[in-house]
Design a binder for this molecule. Structure first.
Ligand code: COA
Length: 201
């Protein structure tokens, strides 16, 4: 299924999205280890969940009751990537995203990114950014679809010596895409609201 005027294709039958819960952490760690060389301690996942529960989403295969993808994000402050003036701004930081191989190319990462971008926008971020391996073409293409641009290259960023691109977008440049995808997901009952408290309102 494609959203009108948007180059995103979705095949999300049997998949839903919700916020990560404490009980999900073991499966999220499994997804991370199965999809990425950047693995974090259980403490890191738990502390991301505790600090940014509204920014941590999972995708669930309903039939198998299994987590098949995750995204976790944080909030940073610092100089903007996309404008010259040296003022401190609030930025959303995509910390880690992974989709199990069997579930790729169905729009799951696009859906997770849209939900996460929307949640970061609710925290009034001005820019959203991330680091990505310079060789990771699938991920770079995905981020470009959200109008993210390469703004910087960090030499030897990864443990094996590979460089990272920093990609960033101003929220005003991506909000139409994010809203279209989030509206589409809600219209198809793909999002379960399982986070209590004001932050999810
Ligand atoms: N080659 C080229 N472009 C690709 C791609 C591939 N293998 N996979 C995704 N894309 C791009 C395409 O533009 C795609 O749109 P299209 O299907 O209309 O061509 C777009 O991303 C959306 O793809 P989507 O189905 O939402 O992505 P996904 O659910 O398959 O997940 C990744 C994409 C990158 C998250 C997934 O491949 C993955 O988990 N990789 C390993 C972990 C990783 O690299 N994480 C990012 C670290 S920064």
């Amino acid at each position: 299924m494609q959203i009108k005027n948007l180059e995103f294709r979705f095949n999300l039958s049997g998949i839903h999205f919700r916020h990560c819960q404490y009980e999900d952490i073991a499966q999220v760690i499994y997804c991370n280890r199965a999809t990425l060389p950047e693995n974090y301690s259980r403490y890191t996942f738990l502390s991301m969940l505790r600090t940014y529960p509204d920014l941590f989403y999972v995708a669930v295969d309903e039939k198998e009751d299994k987590i098949v993808a995750y995204i976790m994000n944080k909030i940073d402050t610092g100089y903007p990537f996309l404008r010259k003036d040296k003022v401190i701004i609030t930025k959303g930081h995509v910390f880690s995203i992974g989709v199990l191989k069997k579930y790729r190319k169905r729009g799951i990462a696009s859906a997770l990114l849209a939900l996460a971008f929307k949640a970061m926008m609710k925290r009034n971020v001005e820019e959203i950014f991330l680091e990505v391996r310079v060789s990771n073409t699938p991920a770079i293409r995905l981020y470009e679809k959200f109008r993210m641009k390469i703004v910087h290259e960090i030499p030897h960023y990864y443990a094996d010596g590979e460089n990272a691109y920093v990609m960033a977008v101003n929220v005003t440049d991506t909000i139409d895409i994010v809203n279209a995808i989030v509206d589409f997901l809600h219209a198809h009952n793909k999002v379960i609201d399982n986070l209590s408290g004001d932050i999810n309102a």
